[in-house]
Design a protein around this ligand. Structure first.
Ligand SMILES: [Zn+2]
Length: 181
């Protein structure tokens, strides 16, 4: 029963993934960061316009693509806007995780000043009572596909959000991705 339900959900969800999101993931994968950024910007603005749940993620992706395209000022503007949206919605866990991830990646790419700026932003934005969730002990996880079957985005098992023991959420399009079947 549960399995059949999940499969049904999956199909329903796949139909909702806009083609432009698939394009954006594929452009990122192909290294065409300029075009990927433009696609994510379009998605981000549309999502923000309808107060959609994925607006912050799309801005963060747009920012990442702009950094990778060598346009760091625009990248930083998008990144901060995405983080601002998480903060405005009180999504502190998401804000912390996305901000930390961005700071790590910026550091790794040599954008040390920008990484420090993100860290200061987090320190100033997160409520003083916020404590980051403990890092999960490595559990026995199923193997996930290397790419999201819905949008083609790269699935990184160490970065995805796990929805349950066998299902992870694609960080590009939010679709449930399962391993093992
Ligand atoms: Zn996806």
């Amino acid at each position: 029963m549960r399995r059949g339900f999940r499969r049904g959900m999956r199909r329903a969800f796949a139909a909702e993934v806009p083609p432009i999101l698939q394009q954006a993931s594929q452009l990122m994968g192909a290294g065409d960061y300029d075009s990927a950024a433009a696609a994510y910007e379009q998605l981000a603005q549309a999502a923000e316009g309808r107060n959609g749940p994925r607006a912050p993620i799309f801005f963060i992706h747009a920012g990442r693509a702009r950094f990778l395209a060598g346009q760091s000022a625009q990248g930083m503007a998008h990144l901060k806007h995405g983080l601002d949206l998480f903060a405005a919605r009180g999504q502190w866990g998401e804000l912390h995780r996305a901000g930390q991830r961005a700071a790590q990646e910026l550091n790794a790419r040599g954008f040390e000043a920008e990484a420090r700026e993100v860290e200061s932003y987090l320190a100033a934005s997160l409520p003083s009572a916020f404590t980051p969730p403990a890092v999960q002990a490595p559990a026995r996880r199923p193997l996930l596909p290397t790419h999201c079957p819905f949008c083609g985005g790269t699935v990184r098992p160490d970065e995805v959000e796990w929805l349950d023991e066998v299902t992870a959420e694609c960080s590009y399009c939010g679709s449930p991705v399962r391993g093992g079947d």
